[in-house]
Design a protein around this ligand. Sequence first.
Ligand SMILES: Nc1ncnc2c1ncn2[C@@H]1O[C@H](COP(=O)(O)OP(=O)(O)OP(=O)(O)O)[C@@H](O)[C@H]1O
Ligand SMILES: [Mg+2]
Length: 258
Amino acid sequence: MSEPLLDVRVRAKRYDGRTVLANTRLAIHAGEIVSLLGPSGCGKSTLLRIVAGLDRDFEGEVALRGVRLDGPSPELGVIFQEPRLLPWLDVANNISFPQHARGAGAQQAAVLLDEVGLPGITGAWPKALSGGMAQRVAIARGLFSRPCMLLLDEPFSAVDAITRARLQDLLLAVTRAHGMAALLVTHDIDEALLLSDRVLVMQPGAEGTGGGIVHELHVTTPRPRERHAAEDAPLRRVLLDRLAARDEEDRTATAAAP
Ligand SMILES: Nc1ncnc2c1ncn2[C@@H]1O[C@H](COP(=O)(O)OP(=O)(O)OP(=O)(O)O)[C@@H](O)[C@H]1O
Ligand SMILES: [Mg+2]
């Protein structure tokens, strides 16, 4: 197989001496959509922040096209759970600001707003936007630097179900239109099955050993996919089993404890 676009190795990530991630390897190819699924606290956001260059305090390396990254890169567009728009900047400047293009990027911001389904709102203020609109602006901001990959941390979990479905469609549309890869953290098995080429299940390690990726599932159904498709049932069961495995181990360990 060709060289991965992104290659991440985390030998160890510790917080206050406690190992959170250990021996974790993640490789993503151009155009691929990969989901990270796992219980709360297993290290999904920690891994995403490392990939995004927002956390450099770890043992290991992140490489893009074989070149080591030592911090945030315009090639990686980051989208968080909350839109994180700056209230003192209008929509256009929120989109261009992270790339220090304030004022100069207005035309590109307008094009991106069209693309995310919000034409003509360049001069609007963040406080006037609904949650779904604000997240569309955040997606436009993530696209501004023309990244080759989007990194998304539970980007649709704060909106209602219909808005979520529309934003999922938007993510598929923009990744396809720009030939981008995506790494998506989600708690939602159905979202992972709808959007991803691969689903990586993460689990926390046993006490103090650090967690990581414990299972990889390939989803081969071509996109666009049907939501909650009946043929997903076996895949859903595999993911549920893998997510539940840790709880079972915990219960067994607890039951066996003296
Ligand atoms: N800044 C921090 N300082 C200390 N510990 C932290 C910090 N950030 C995260 N942790 C710990 O690291 C572990 C992994 O956290 P992380 O936020 O990556 O989990 P997560 O899988 O994203 O969880 P969730 O699904 O709830 O978002 C948790 O035990 C958490 O308490
Ligand atoms: Mg998280």
